[in-house]
Design a protein. Structure first.
Length: 107
């Protein structure tokens, strides 16, 4: 959507955001195989990632931010989509057993 205001607030979208929004890539399928077995993993369909999926993720995080604000999650009502994405990103790292290398990752 470029700089069009109808696109909403900016949100960083990458493979972790896609996964958090429910999309399945080869790494997620491999994780499911290790954690739950090949028969469960076989039930999953690999998703493709393109502009439509990107826009879906942007809307997904905007909707989650709105809902968290509505219910006053953690006593706050000023959640922004990029903050919700960061929570989801961290949750996916934890779920999949990936250590997030702070602060080494930044430098």
């Amino acid at each position: 959507m470029g700089d069009d205001r109808r696109g909403g607030m900016p949100v960083p979208i990458d493979k972790w955001s896609y996964r958090d929004a429910g999309y399945v890539d080869a790494e997620v399928k491999e994780y499911v195989t290790r954690k739950f077995g090949a028969s469960e993993a076989a039930r999953l369909k690999l998703d493709s990632f393109g502009e439509d999926q990107y826009e879906h993720c942007v809307r997904h995080y905007a909707g989650l931010a709105n809902e968290l604000n509505r219910i006053g999650w953690l006593g706050a009502n000023d959640w922004r989509p990029h903050q919700v994405e960061a929570i989801g990103r961290h949750s996916m790292h934890v779920q999949m057993g990936v250590e997030f290398p702070w602060p080494d990752m930044l430098f």
